[in-house]
Design a protein around this ligand. Structure first.
Ligand code: B4P
Length: 196
């Protein structure tokens, strides 16, 4: 099993690149943003709670997202690996994920961290807000709040995985295909098939 964390600030291309990576490697895509939006669309109690935080650009409480990931891991026992997109977003989520994976006798193979300037992030998200209908994308104040949350809480995730030598930084500006090439080259260097 080879598990990947795709890491980066909001708008850095995690969702965009995840779609291409799961197609190439057959990994199970776990996006906490998508899972939360689906709970909101179904108007579940969890979704209603999450919406209050997401609409303000704040992170949803750790216990909510950790519970969601835990059940997603349990319901997908036979996959070649997981691609975590937008999770973990705090040090507590990182520690919880490591424990959950250990129970399944597996671990994170690599953390791919996308680097994008703040001006570009804001431009991309405002642009997506024109068509996505996402309330957290069409207001610059909320987008800036998400970036502040990233610096205050999420950048610690890269520090956490650096102690295990698992973080690789990748330039997240350029065409989608150029960035995909950089990501796949890093994955292929670390996930060589075992030869007998
Ligand atoms: P997410 O759904 O994870 O969304 P995101 O980080 O905002 O965007 P992403 O990085 O995936 O978008 P992409 O660049 O692909 O989070 C939303 C909210 O959910 C959070 O704010 C939080 O409230 C909550 N949440 C989620 N996970 C959580 C967790 N673990 N803990 C607590 N709360 C959590 O796309 C952006 C735009 O850029 C697109 O329009 C795309 O087309 C464009 N783009 C992509 N690549 C490009 C390129 N190379 N060049 C130009 N444009 C590009």
């Amino acid at each position: 099993m080879f598990n990947i964390i795709l890491f980066g600030p909001p708008g850095s291309g995690k969702g965009t690149q995840s779609e291409k990576l799961i197609e190439k490697y057959g990994l199970k895509h776990l996006s906490t943003g998508d899972l939360l939006r689906s709970e909101i669309a179904s108007k579940t109690p969890l979704g209603l709670e999450a919406k209050n935080f997401m609409d303000k650009g704040q992170l949803v409480p750790d216990e909510v997202v950790i519970g969601m990931i835990s059940s997603a891991l349990d319901t997908n026992p036979h996959v070649p690996g997981f691609l975590f997109d937008g999770f973990p977003r705090t040090e507590a989520q990182s520690e919880a994920l490591d424990k959950l994976l250990k129970l399944k006798k597996t671990e994170i193979g690599v953390v791919l961290a996308l680097i994008v300037t703040e001006d570009e992030l804001i431009k991309r998200l405002l642009n997506r807000g024109l068509t996505s209908g996402r309330p957290d994308d069409n207001n610059e104040e909320v987008i800036r709040a998400r970036i502040v949350e990233y610096h205050q809480k999420t950048s610690a995730v890269a520090e956490y995985y650096k102690q295990f030598d698992k973080v690789v930084y990748v330039k997240g500006e350029g065409t989608v295909d150029e960035i995909f090439e950089l990501l796949t080259s890093e994955i292929d260097q670390r996930n060589q098939p075992v030869t007998q």
